[in-house]
Design a protein around this ligand. Sequence first.
Ligand code: PLP
Length: 375
Amino acid sequence: MNNPYLLLTPGPLTTTDTVRLAMMKDWCTWDDDYNNIVQGVRQKLVNLATKSVEKYSAVLMQGSGTFTVESVIGTVLPEDGKLLVIANGVYGHRIAKISNKLGINTVVLESGEVEGLDLNRLTNQLENDPDITHVAIVHCETTTGMLNPIEKVSKIVKTYNKIYIVDAMSSLGGVELDIDDLQIDYIISSANKCIEGVPGFGFAIVKTEEFEKCQDNARSISLDLYDQWKTMEEQNGKWRFTSPTHVVRAFAQALKELEEEGGVSQRAARYKNNQKTLSEGMKQLGFEPILSEDLQSPIITSFYYPKTENFEFVVFYNKLKEKGFVIYPGKVLDLDTFRIGNIGDVRQHNIELLLKAIEESRYWLSPVFEESQSK
Ligand SMILES: *Cc1c(COP(=O)(O)O)cnc(C)c1O
């Protein structure tokens, strides 16, 4: 059962043996046993996201996380709706791209990838453009590792009475939040991030009162989130089309293990500790994170390339892989960066071993780097 290496990526990520074992049988897709598991998963997702469980409902959607983002945007925006997307990284821009492709009237509030969000600009935009009906933002912008201030944004969005959509793909389950306190109407995540399942489906947790109004909006059959939800609601957890049965079983096990760990607060504490260990250790080795600490998420950290002339990410990557760690290339527009994730079945000792491997790897980095290290 040994994994060839530890994934320090933001999903798919390292899962437990027990989560993977849950997939070792072939399960029927429509019988009661299975549908009851689906219903249990849906209820647990709501419980995990809010205390106000009666106001929300969870709906699962086949595909990777982006499929669920597309199904939410395409289903909740009415024909005459207008979406404002707050974008400060690849995932924010992807929401805008989806919305434009679907022919939805879309405006983008672009914010720098490494600076904090300017909330006054959001207020101005909502003040000056009353046609806007919905606002979307990414919670943890996984491309940089920035945690966007969804609570402050919510206050402004709700002052102007807009529907609030949050892509919390890489934070739900790993960062404490309550979607009712945050007045979030739609929150999106997927199986293979902080809940630590394997990839194969995403999900949205929807405010039922709002979602009930979305029956005729969908611009797609397979990504019609409303139809998917109605079918699950009315037919005890039935998926409309072939469901990822093995992945759902693994996810149910992952949710059980999240509970056993002590719930989201304990998992969040583990991730925070991982990130702190990583960030402090890397700084000691001379690596600089691209974000200031107040913007940094506990999920994934971007570092500048070290200031050596011949640092090559591929070499660095391959050496670490040989030593049993897979890290991630950067995704920030104009900067040379790489990323290290710390979610998944990853604990402090794993991070300490990674730091040791990076330290030991000095000999294959350039002499210039060694010099700067020995100061
Ligand atoms: C992972 C992720 C997604 C979805 O990516 P997929 O590759 O489609 O699973 C969307 N938004 C954020 C913030 C993510 O981290």
